[in-house]
Design a protein around this ligand. Structure first.
Ligand code: FE2
Ligand code: FE2
Length: 476
């Protein structure tokens, strides 16, 4: 099962040709997907040869093949991680029972909703990033952007496969609608907040792939624990692709930090203004972008206290990231202590653990986010610059959950809404900041030998190729 049949119209490792009805339904969806890709995918590069990896096997060794391909010819397909023999439900009320190969009737709507919500984020991010190629800092970065984009397209395929194979006619209708919503469109927006935000410059792109794709990682980890086995298997394979997206974000921000810090040291630049005069991104601006994308991504985990989260856990639909690492998989006796805002102050509340599962997943996410921030800070410190990037409090700038209507500063203190409005410009990117960052990126760098001056070159190229390899054969 682990190798992928690539010669079929839809590459797959699910033995698609044995189910003619499903195969026909997916083949009918395929041209609609391609039209969506041509309309909403990377603009201006559809005819270029791009050095991309494509899945040819789903085992961790060598699942990928690297070669030049035009993006519309990318072999999008359906890849599930191998079946685990005798897999049992790992948590909740159904703990220890065999996993579900089919959707139980009583969980049909809930599962469909989760799959559609996950599926909606995938094309959304492609739409958000569709113009970035026109301002790329290098061919290396341009190629990474396109790799992320085609794989988000494949993640959409992964969810559409589940909708088509397990949810009948309304699954097929949902699959059509996934191609009809548009990121940021007032009338038909994407389903989740962060996926309607504009992502129009490369600093945003790197923050997005670091923070927002990492939300994806944790959602996929939680879904990979699911008692619905096809969902578990599909998300397990998606995680292998997701790792590259977060790598792009982590190393992207790192290279911006490196370039700025190195130039600050060389030229003894001691103010953000001096840094900007040199055409670099100053650290306070980086902090503001970090604050924005981190907090938008925190919202994606949902409310701190959630009866939905409790029932997902109870029924076995959605677990915690790395459920194996916990001792108690039933979680009926335990509580999660949290500070709940009430009348301008905090009161401590012990919430039944199942109702706090969103917060448990957010905890794991926050810890994972911190690791990259530490690396960025080490790079800044290595250049002798006395400054640090920090993750703001998770109470800051929230739109979902307990803090949606409570204004907090980045340290997590409750402040008045007026005070928030007054100081917002020093915490989150202002129009001026955005205009400045965009001004650095007006001209794309299409010469493989060149790198934009606001970012350091990467340490290594892709798949053993040099950094100045022609990763995209761009026809101007
Ligand atoms: Fe994805
Ligand atoms: Fe991703």
């Amino acid at each position: 099962m682990s190798s992928v049949v690539t010669e079929e119209r839809i590459p797959n490792n699910v033995n698609l040709s044995s189910d003619k009805k499903l195969q026909r339904a997916l083949e009918a969806w395929q041209p609609n997907f391609i039209s969506w890709w041509k309309e909403m995918g990377p603009e201006g590069f559809q005819q270029d040869d791009v050095f991309l990896r494509t899945a040819i096997s789903v085992t961790s060794e060598g699942w990928a093949n690297f070669d030049y391909v035009k993006m519309p010819d990318y072999r999008w397909g359906i890849f599930l991680a191998d079946e685990v023999a005798d897999r049992k439900v790992g948590f909740g009320d159904e703990m220890g029972k065999p996993v579900w190969k089919e959707v139980p009737g009583e969980h049909r709507n809930t599962l469909k909703r989760l799959i559609v919500t996950q599926g909606d984020t995938e094309p959304a991010s492609v739409e958000q990033q569709r113009l970035l190629g026109q301002t790329c800092p290098s061919m290396y970065d341009l190629r990474n952007l396109f790799q992320v984009n085609v794989e988000e397209g494949r993640h959409l395929w992964a969810m559409v496969y589940l909708l088509h194979s397990h949810f009948g006619r309304d699954g097929r209708e949902d699959a059509e609608e996934l191609l009809l919503r548009r990121s940021g469109d007032e009338n038909k927006p994407r389903m989740l907040g962060a996926f309607n935000e504009p992502c129009t410059d490369w600093l945003s792109f790197f923050m997005f792939t670091y923070f927002t794709d990492r939300d994806g990682k944790f959602q996929l980890l939680a879904l990979s624990e699911s008692a619905f086995d096809p969902l578990s298997r599909t998300t397990r394979f998606m995680l292998t692709e997701e790792a590259h997206h977060m790598f792009v974000g982590e190393t992207g921000v790192l290279r911006v930090c490196e370039r700025t810090a190195e130039q600050m040291k060389t030229h003894k630049l001691d103010s953000p203004e001096a840094v900007r005069k040199m055409g670099l991104i100053d650290l306070p601006t980086m902090q503001k972008y970090l604050n924005l994308w981190y907090t938008l991504s925190l919202d994606l985990f949902g409310g701190e206290i959630s009866s939905n989260a409790a029932s997902f856990f109870a029924t076995g639909i959605k677990g915690r990231a790395k459920e194996d690492s916990y001792d108690d998989h039933v979680c009926l006796e335990k509580f999660y202590g949290m500070d709940v805002p009430k009348n301008g102050a905090f009161t401590h509340e012990d919430v039944p653990l199942r109702n706090a599962m969103n917060e448990v997943l957010r905890d794991a996410y926050v810890e994972d986010c911190q690791r990259g921030v530490d690396k960025w800070n080490r790079t800044i410190a290595e250049h002798g610059i006395d400054a640090k990037l920090t993750l703001p409090s998770r109470r800051f700038h929230r739109h979902i959950g307990l803090f949606a209507d409570v204004a907090c500063d980045p340290s997590g203190n409750i402040i008045t809404k007026e005070a928030f409005e007054k100081q917002k410009g020093s915490w989150l990117p202002t129009d001026d900041d955005k205009a400045y960052v965009q001004s650095l990126m007006q001209k794309p760098v299409y010469d493989p030998k060149q790198m934009a001056s606001w970012i350091a070159a990467p340490k290594h190229g892709i798949k053993g190729r040099p950094v100045d390899f022609e990763y995209v054969r761009h026809q101007v």
